[in-house]
Design a protein around this ligand. Structure first.
Ligand code: PLP
Length: 402
C-alpha cells in the first residue's frame, strides 16, 4: 500500500508486463467485432504477417490467447512424445520453470549448468551467465544414438538480465551434427533485442505480448520451422487447444478455430505499426542505450550487476545485487510505498538478494532517470552505502550518448 494519496503516473519498471503506450491502449479500446466476420480476417492476416516480420521468419507464426507459459507448453506438446529426452540449460528461474513444465508433461529432462564459483551469489553462480554453447556441444557429441530430441534455451533470462547467444547454440548443434530440434524462449527478448528465427536455425521460438511488444499480458506465440511442423505430424504428446495443424490451416484466411483475443489483436496491430515506423534496428539500439545508461548508474553506486559477463548484458532489464545482509525485497517495498515505483523481485534462488530494473515498453530517458532517482533515494533510505550518484552517472550517459 502507498503511504500517500497517489498522483501522477505509476512507475511500472518491472521487466514485463511493460508500460503500455497510450496509442496501444486506445487501439485496444475500440469496439469488439465479429471474429467470423470479414473485417476480422483482414486483421488476422495483417497481424500474422507482422509477427513473421518481427520473428524474421518466412514460416508460420501461431498466436494463442494465453500467457507465455501456454506457448512453452505448446512448443513441447506439438513436437515431442511421452518420455522423449530433452536438453535444457539453467540460466535462471525461467529456464528452471520451463524445465519443471516439461517434466510435468512427461518428458525426460536434463539440465546443464555453468560449473564455476561466484563470490556474490555462491548458491547461483550460473544465474549470472548465459548459455555455454560448448557444454551443449560436448553433451550432444556424447549422444551417439541421438536420444536427445530437443535443445531448449532462453534467449533473454528475465530473472537475471542475461541474454544468450542463440547463433552459438545453433553452431554447437551443427558442429555436433545432431538432429535435435532447437527451441528458444524469447518471451522477454522479442522486439527489444535482435532475434532471427530463420537465420539462427530455430525450430520453435516462443514469445509473449507483455514485454517488448508493449501489450498487456494475454497473447503468446510460437514461430515454427518446417522441421518443427514435420515433427508435429508424428509427435504423440496429447494436445488439443495447442495443436498447430488446425490453427495454421484456419490462419490462411486470418481466422482461428476458437474465439481469438480480438481487442489484444487490435493492440498487436498498433504495436507492429509503431515498431515498423521506428525501424527494428533503431528499437534494438534504443534498448541497448537505455541499458547502458542504467548500468552506468549501478556502476556509480558500486553495486554488482547480476550479469557477470559484459558480452551478454540484457538490453531489456538490469539485475542489481544488494550487499550481503540487505534484503532487496525490503528495499523494493520501501520504494513502492514511498515513490509509487515497482521494481522486479529476485526470483527463486535470488530471492531477497537482488532486484530488477526493467527498461522496456513505453519509456524514455527521463522516465528512466526518474526510476533511477527512485531507486537511489530508496537505497539511501534503507541505509545502503553508495559509492556515488547513479542518477548523475545516468544523466551524463544519456546527455553524452545521443
Ligand atoms: N519465460 C520468460 C523468459 C519470461 O520472462 C516469462 C514471464 O515473465 C515466462 C517465460 C512465463 O510467461 P508468462 O508469465 O507470460 O506465462
Amino acid at each position: 500500500k502507498l503511504n500517500f494519496h497517489p498522483t501522477g503516473r505509476h512507475f511500472l519498471q518491472i521487466p514485463g508486463p511493460s508500460p503500455v503506450p497510450d496509442r496501444i491502449l486506445r487501439a485496444i479500446s475500440l469496439p469488439t467485432i465479429d471474429h467470423r466476420g470479414p473485417e476480422f480476417g483482414a486483421l488476422g492476416l495483417k497481424v500474422l504477417q507482422g509477427m513473421k516480420d518481427i520473428f524474421k521468419t518466412k514460416h508460420p507464426v501461431v498466436i494463442y490467447p494465453a500467457s507465455g507459459t501456454g506457448a512453452w507448453e505448446a512448443a513441447l506438446t506439438n513436437t515431442l512424445s511421452p518420455g522423449d529426452h530433452i536438453l535444457m540449460f539453467e540460466t535462471g528461474q525461467f529456464a528452471s520453470l520451463w524445465n519443471k513444465l516439461a517434466t510435468r508433461l512427461g518428458l525426460k529432462t536434463e539440465i546443464l549448468s555453468w560449473q564455476g564459483t561466484d563470490e556474490h551469489l555462491p548458491n547461483a553462480p550460473g544465474w549470472r551467465r548465459g548459455v555455454q554453447a560448448d557444454l551443449i556441444h560436448a553433451r550432444l557429441l556424447q549422444d551417439k544414438n541421438h536420444e536427445i530430441k530437443a535443445v531448449c534455451v532462453v534467449h533473454n533470462e528475465t530473472s537475471t538480465g542475461v541474454t544468450s547467444n542463440i547463433a552459438a547454440v545453433r553452431k554447437a548443434m551443427d558442429d555436433a551434427k545432431h538432429p535435435a530440434l532447437l527451441m528458444v524462449d524469447t518471451i522477454s527478448g522479442l522486439a527489444s533485442a535482435d532475434f532471427q528465427h530463420d537465420a539462427w536455425g530455430i525450430d520453435v521460438s516462443i514469445s509473449g505480448s507483455q514485454k517488448g511488444l508493449m501489450l498487456p499480458p494475454g497473447i503468446s506465440f510460437n514461430a515454427v520451422s518446417p522441421r518443427a511442423i514435420e515433427a508435429s505430424k508424428t509427435a504423440k504428446l496429447p494436445r488439443a487447444f495447442w495443436a498447430w495443424d488446425e490453427i495454421i490451416e484456419m490462419n490462411k484466411d486470418g481466422y482461428w478455430p476458437y474465439t481469438s483475443s480480438t481487442n489484444l489483436l487490435y493492440g498487436l496491430s498498433e504495436a507492429q505499426d509503431m515498431l515498423a515506423e521506428e525501424g527494428m534496428d533503431k528499437v534494438f539500439a534504443r534498448h541497448q542505450r537505455w541499458a547502458a545508461g542504467v548500468r552506468a548508474a549501478v556502476t556509480a553506486w558500486a553495486l554488482p550487476i547480476q550479469c557477470a559477463d559484459p558480452t551478454v548484458y540484457s538490453p531489456i532489464l538490469t539485475g542489481v545485487i544488494t550487499p550481503v545482509g540487505v534484503d532487496a525485497d525490503a528495499i523494493r517495498k520501501l520504494i513502492q510505498q514511498r515513490f509509487d515505483l515497482s521494481l522486479g523481485t529476485g526470483l527463486g534462488k535470488l530471492k531477497g538478494r537482488m532486484f530488477r530494473i526493467g527498461h522496456l515498453g513505453d519509456s524514455n530517458d527521463l522516465t528512466l532517470l526518474a526510476t533511477l532517482a527512485g531507486v537511489e533515494m530508496g537505497l539511501k533510505l534503507a541505509g545502503v552505502k553508495l559509492a556515488g550518484s547513479g542518477v548523475n552517472a545516468g544523466m551524463d550517459y544519456f546527455a553524452k550518448n545521443v
